[in-house]
Design a protein. Sequence first.
Length: 247
Amino acid sequence: MTAENSPSPLVLVTGAGKGIGKAIALDAAKAGYDIAIHYGRDRQGAQDTLKSVQDLGRKGHLLSFDLADREACRLALEADIAEHGTYYGVVLNAGIARDNAFPALEDEDWDQVIRTNLDGFYNVLKPLVMPLVRTRKPGRIITISSLSGLTGNRGQVNYSASKAGIIGATKALALELAKRQITVNCVAPGVIETQMIDHIPQEEIKKMIPLRRFGRPEEVAATVTFLLSKSAGYITRQVISVNGGMV
């Protein structure tokens, strides 16, 4: 992917300690990228991801911050760039859910989801965009939304709002950065086999999916890795669904 002995492109993956984020980090490492592995609280999971990245022959390092804390994001990311250089790619995967019927939502349920998922878009990308622009090289930004952000979902008014907001922000930022050859795209997974689906009626949900199964984290990761590649250089401002045909 790169010339012999030249540095490998560095990709930041947020929430890379488990689930979809871990799968993205490993698939990108297999494709030849070095990985900046972000985590919030799951340090052990992030360390496991780091070991797997290194086992694949790629470089990796850990960094931790709360996506909802703007100043913490800025300080951590500026320090990481100073030490490791500007990222070629950024994958905004980390997010949370606090599901409940709308009348039963607590203020904190709304605030935490919006501040983490939607404010996190701003908090992470604001310190990173200008360093990426100043490299005068192509770059990649990939956000992770959700089927819930495309269609809405019962019991997820807060989550749907945050994920729909990410889609709008992605499309707008893509317009701003296109002339810099920095592509900005969104991947919107459906129901994927992670810890987040443990509480749902799985057999009933499968009946709603045309492919009659849940997606695998590796299938989402493969889409993200393609969008990181040179081959995806003419794709920007798009939302790619990975949902088994639900939409």
